[in-house]
Design a protein around this ligand. Structure first.
Ligand SMILES: [Zn+2]
Length: 192
């Protein structure tokens, strides 16, 4: 028994075409937002993408996308897919391990409760968010769960930098487009 999540073919091809290094946070976020747009346009998952980069050099390890619906897997959020792929590529469960460059997770929307929980375990030392706040939930209807109200401080307490609202408006455009398509919102049981 095993489970497997794969990137769609277009995302594998796009990863191979990426520049080796992304100097600024805006450059990194723009690439992630583009993957979210392409995931929506290709109907290969939800409108979410994430990238793992080396903080100092801007070297891209991988950019991944949400694969919940195509994988029949509620945990296949962009952050989980991307962190896991980066760990598989670098052959370590800890992206903050000794003798490694520090790594950064760049994501187009604020992490949900599950993905927030995955961040400290991943070993990344920095999280960069595009559309923060609750606008994404309002626009799309996705339930991001009971994230800790001081989630940024909880990460900072563990030595993880948090940068919010990088290319905020560009990030939000993808969610408006998602809303306009009328595609399914794949929330599981939300109770109530
Ligand atoms: Zn999530």
């Amino acid at each position: 028994m095993k489970f497997e999540v794969t990137l769609p073919d277009w995302a594998i091809a796009e990863n191979q075409k990426l520049p080796d290094h992304f100097t600024t946070l805006e450059d990194r976020m723009a690439a992630v937002i583009r993957f979210a747009e392409l995931n929506l346009a290709n109907d290969t998952g939800g409108p979410f993408a994430a990238g793992v980069f080396e903080i100092q050099t801007g070297k891209c390890v991988i950019i991944g996308v949400n694969r919940v619906v195509p994988s029949s897997m509620s945990s296949a959020h962009a952050e989980i897919v991307t962190i896991t792929l980066a760990q598989q590529i670098l052959k370590t469960f800890d992206l903050g391990g000794p003798d490694m460059p520090e790594h950064q997770l760049v994501v187009n929307a604020r992490p949900c409760a599950m993905c927030f929980g995955s961040i400290p375990w991943s070993g990344v030392r920095s999280v960069v968010v595009g559309a923060s706040g609750q606008q994404v939930e309002k626009i799309t209807g996705f339930d991001e769960g009971p994230i800790h109200p001081q989630w940024q401080q909880e990460l900072r307490n563990r030595g993880i930098e948090v940068v919010e609202d990088v290319l905020h408006d560009e990030a939000l455009k993808v969610f408006h487009r998602f809303h306009d398509t009328g595609q399914p919102i794949y929330n599981g049981r939300t109770g109530g």
